[in-house]
Design a protein around this ligand. Structure first.
Ligand SMILES: Nc1ncnc2c1ncn2[C@@H]1O[C@H](COP(=O)(O)OP(=O)(O)OP(=O)(O)O)[C@@H](O)[C@H]1O
Ligand SMILES: [Mg+2]
Length: 399
């Protein structure tokens, strides 16, 4: 049975832990941010200066333990976020723990301080510095425009790769609008393994992770940009995506819409095997394809191709293609940017319904014509990935 912990009791328990700097209780000291209390769980974020990370790591652990002792709390998560505040010294002591991400905000520093502490300019070429362990290839599914069906395509491709025999993971990098939990029909909560890494949720043969599995839907809306970026980094690096024995062949990232900080950071820090750009046939969407492609060019990320989603609506009786948004523009744009055209998916009620029902069409009905299209697109992507590292041998299911 699920139980909702009492919010006042949570705050009281946290107030019994002293802030090492002010001596006040954690809540009274204003250190309890973004508190989420839900069925069986509680969690919040502590944001401190970069220099104080080591000081607050035991506080985070004590807070997690205190939450777990409360009636109704089966799962507790406290995230420690370090913020490079003006004048803060470099963090002393050991490097931050697994739940700690350091965020720099050079813009807040005085010009003199910036001259001394500004990090070197971001390297334009992806450096792979944050590639997750035991993951062979990372693919981003992206679009500069919102609502074109990125998440639908990301889930469908991930299921298609799993169908083709690849060990596949799905990361929802859309912190402000996560859709993967709904599309996979799961509200499971990730557990933590002995290395303090989050264990991905398993659904439809995929390993999946989303901020939506961890905090309540509305919670991230109040997070500032750096907090959202740090959350994405944690979803990549603090998750046990694979192991030496069972590596992941492919990790598909459902990117947030646009070409903002999160997208650029991901493209810079991960050595992406490539990006798949999703578009509808409309001219306005195609302008965004060019914009999205430019972002990946900056980071020398190969564009694996363009997918035209909602390409047409098949007439329910005659099957004739009704071209609601025009047609064929994505193919032309793909040619114009020198990227392969991977294929098109029609407006399909079964596809939409399957997303809403949390039962991905490609997984539950791989023989469906729309599923077959996604499987063909996945096969084309897999072929394109064949260059460079040898393609991981697909694990064929013997039926
Ligand atoms: N080919 C399709 N046929 C029918 N419905 C679709 C199709 N593709 C997407 N949809 C529906 O359109 C809506 C938006 O899709 P989705 O959430 O995948 O877009 P998105 O690009 O990820 O959006 P956001 O930018 O908000 O992240 C959803 O309701 C989805 O079910
Ligand atoms: Mg989406």
């Amino acid at each position: 049975m699920t139980d909702i912990p009492d919010r006042a009791a949570v705050l009281q328990a946290l107030d019994r832990i002293a802030d090492p700097k002010t001596g006040k209780g954690l809540a009274a000291a204003g250190l309890v941010q973004g508190l989420v209390v839900g069925p069986d769980r509680a969690g919040f974020m502590i944001e401190v200066a970069a220099a104080d990370v080591a000081l607050y790591a035991p506080v985070r652990d004590a807070a997690e333990a205190a939450l777990r002792r409360l009636p109704g709390v089966l799962r507790a998560q406290v995230v420690l976020t370090a913020d490079g505040k003006p004048g803060s010294a470099p963090a002393a002591g050991p490097p931050p723990g697994p739940h700690t991400v350091r965020v720099r905000r050079g813009a807040r520093l005085s010009p003199e301080a910036q001259a001394q502490t500004a990090p070197p300019p971001a390297r334009p070429i992806a450096d792979g510095s944050q590639n997750p362990a035991h993951v062979r290839k990372v693919i981003a599914v992206s679009s500069a425009k919102g609502g074109v069906g990125k998440s639908t395509v990301a889930v469908s491709l991930a299921c298609a790769f799993a169908h083709l025999g690849y060990a596949t993971g799905l990361l929802d990098a859309d912190i402000y609008g996560p859709s993967i939990p709904r599309m996979l029909g799961s509200d499971a909560e990730p557990t933590t393994n002995s290395d303090r890494k989050l264990v991905p949720i398993e659904a439809f043969g995929l390993k999946a992770m989303s901020i939506g599995f961890i905090v309540d839907e509305g919670a991230p809306m109040i997070w500032r940009g750096p907090m959202a970026s740090s959350a994405v980094n944690q979803l990549i690096n603090d998750v046990a995506w694979g192991s030496a024995e069972q590596p992941l062949d492919l990790l598909i990232i459902d990117m947030p819409p646009g070409t903002g900080d999160i997208q650029l950071t991901l493209a810079q820090r991960l050595a992406l095997a490539g990006a798949v750009i999703v578009s509808t046939p409309q001219e306005i969407a195609l302008i965004d394809v060019r914009r999205g492609a430019a972002m990946f060019e900056k980071t020398a990320t190969p564009i694996l191709g363009v997918i035209e989603n909602m390409a047409y609506f098949p007439h329910p009786v005659t099957g004739e293609a009704i071209e609601i948004f025009g047609r064929g523009g994505a193919r032309a744009t793909a040619e114009a940017i020198g990227a392969p055209f991977l294929g098109e998916a029609p407006i399909d009620i079964a596809l939409r319904q399957s997303c809403d029902d949390g039962a991905p069409l490609v997984a539950v009905d791989p023989a469906h014509p729309t599923s077959q299209r996604f499987i063909a697109m996945a096969a084309r992507i897999a072929d394109a990935l064949e260059g460079g590292d040898p393609r991981p041998a697909p694990r064929l299911a013997v039926e």
